[in-house]
Design a protein around this ligand. Sequence first.
Ligand code: TXA
Ligand code: MG
Length: 337
Amino acid sequence: MPRDAPKMSDRIALSSPAVVARAAQHLRTGELVAFPTETVYGLGADARNPNAVHRIFAAKGRPANHPVIVHIAEMHDVEAWAREFPEGARRLAAAFWPGPLTLIVPRAAQVDDTVTGGQDSVGLRMPSHPVARQLLTAFAALGGSGIAAPSANRFGHVSPTTAQHVAADLGDAVAMILDGGACDVGIESTIVAFTSANPVLLRPGGVSVDELIRVLGAAPRVPDANAPRAPGTLASHYAPRTPARIIPAESLTREIARTGGSAAVLARTITRPGEFAGTWIGAPISAHAYAHDLYASLRALDSVGSAIILVEDVPEDSAWLAVRDRLVRATQQGTDS
Ligand code: TXA
Ligand code: MG
């Protein structure tokens, strides 16, 4: 029996205005709603309701001190959540919102500790997915403000890029899963923190570092010991349950032979050896298309019950930074998943 076989879930609802309105009602009454964004599916709760946010942690099996991103509908919503919105954050928001970018900024006094993980900052993102925007608008019409939402997966597991992935991971923990099809970007948002003198890149993602540099005029720093905690940066995260390894292209065929057919393979440039009878996915050549398919491919390879997943290495250049980051984390068998 495949471990990740998508369960048919009666919670999945194709989004329509009436369905989105019902989802907003669920949020208002403190329930959880999973919804599509352009990056991955989010597990949403009313960010002003600590009990509702607490249910996110219970559903995911996530430690309570991990902050969650607040999703907002409009630029003026920033004022409700941040006490300060530094110039660099303003410029990035103007360039990339709505879109796959999260900005960590000093929190407003009334933001609850369940959202911030007790830190003095809050993560804000204005998503571009039409269903996410409709949900935020419907929620605002009911008097709601932001929607707190981590990725809608079990803690440490591969993020969901379809409604079926959410159902497989979280099933009955949610009141509703809004189905908006497969996510465009396919990996999580880029996270930039504006909580010290210089911007810090906490997680590469849907907005590339080259794009950030174009707007900021300089590369954001990489985290040091003083940077805010971001659990998405834990060693073993975004991980399939099957052990996985990254293999240089030139060694892949040899490694497959060595594992005697017990591997499941995510290749990119290498073609399937004629004698290989296991599961084989040929990933797209471009970084964007590769990212779009990555989590669905990892889930598919994870579900076949092979002893190991072999992933052909990807290019070194900056366009691949976010994908490489996720592959490295997916192949690390840490203690924190
Ligand atoms: O693309 C995304 O960002 C998706 C969609 C649903 O928006 N969300 C997402 O959330 O990936 P999550 O919780 O899986 O990852 C968000 C990361 C976590 O590592 C969290 O610790 C970090 O952002 N984060 C959130 N607020 C923070 C804060 N105030 N300071 C530092 N890190 C923060
Ligand atoms: Mg996550």
